[in-house]
Design a protein around this ligand. Sequence first.
Ligand SMILES: NC(=O)c1ccc[n+]([C@@H]2O[C@H](COP(=O)([O-])OP(=O)(O)OC[C@H]3O[C@@H](n4cnc5c(N)ncnc54)[C@H](OP(=O)(O)O)[C@@H]3O)[C@@H](O)[C@H]2O)c1
Length: 317
Amino acid sequence: MAKTSVSSGRRGLLRAALAACVFPATAKQAFGTAAPSAGPITKAIPSTGERLPVIGLGTDAFYRSEQPAIEAEIGRMVQLGGTVIDTASDYGDSESLIGDALATLGLRRQIFLATKLTAGGGVFGIGSDLGGEGSFQRSLRRLRTERIDLLQVHNLDGVDRLMPLMQRWKQAGQIRYIGVTVSVQWQHDQLVQAMRRYPLDFIQVDYSISNRDAEKVIFPTALERKLAVLVDLPLGRASLIREAQGHPLPPWAADIGISSWSQLFLKYVISHPAVTCAIPGSTKLAHLEDNQAAARGVLPDSGARERMQRYWRDVVG
Ligand SMILES: NC(=O)c1ccc[n+]([C@@H]2O[C@H](COP(=O)([O-])OP(=O)(O)OC[C@H]3O[C@@H](n4cnc5c(N)ncnc54)[C@H](OP(=O)(O)O)[C@@H]3O)[C@@H](O)[C@H]2O)c1
């Protein structure tokens, strides 16, 4: 969805009028915390200061794509300044498809490559019988690389057993950063415990304009512990896009360079001070281009974030 939704009929016009009342002409001055720049906005990984572009690429549906389409997406993302790719040993062929694409395109060194592993046999029923060591070796082979930038424990599955191994691989230079992931609210308490207990560089958590639980404890803990945050499900697995269908964008959207609903959802996510990078999944090139555009221009400030929430709740929700 690369284009702005057009108001549908009278209800849309009424809602647009309401939005104009709620957000008066001063909105333009109220937005923006960063100067517009040519490249994507970047944020620092707290443990090292290394900077990452704020929009990456999630790949859990890559198994549905053909190799040429994946090469086109990755090549285009790099052209647009994006570098972060998130995959997992449990995403079907995703790791192999990415590894082959990076080798063909000669882009491995430009990419910040994140993958995941489990100890196997956990509550989600994912993970192979390879165990942590076998799974990691297979990821290196499939991704055709000698070093993973970020290795994450998938859904915290086997985190106790995997953490000593991961620290060893980090010391040996086979991985650069250690992380853990969740994508469901009932794991948020466990995530906070892990954030306090293990020597992490990153966490990955579900967060969106309509799924804000992470704001309560997880984000403050990430700021306190100086952890980078990747956000999964920033579009609610496309449910937000479907809900927004037929509703006009807020009249002030263009003031912060937003020209699609996806960009609004992503700008909301990446403008939280704790968030380092969002990883929307896309198998379509047009979606990738749309999403990468959210990394440009300005980030909404706290007042703008408030207006985005109100608009979503009152006009769309
Ligand atoms: N536990 C975990 O660790 C965990 C769990 C879930 C996800 N993740 C990671 O997080 C990533 C993101 O999650 P997700 O992919 O499930 O959900 P998502 O990013 O919230 O949504 C992806 C969906 O939105 C659609 N989409 C993307 N950009 C769009 C645009 N500009 N306009 C319209 N539709 C658009 C995609 O369609 P197309 O495919 O047709 O482009 C896809 O159906 C995953 O790919 C994965 O890397 C991690």
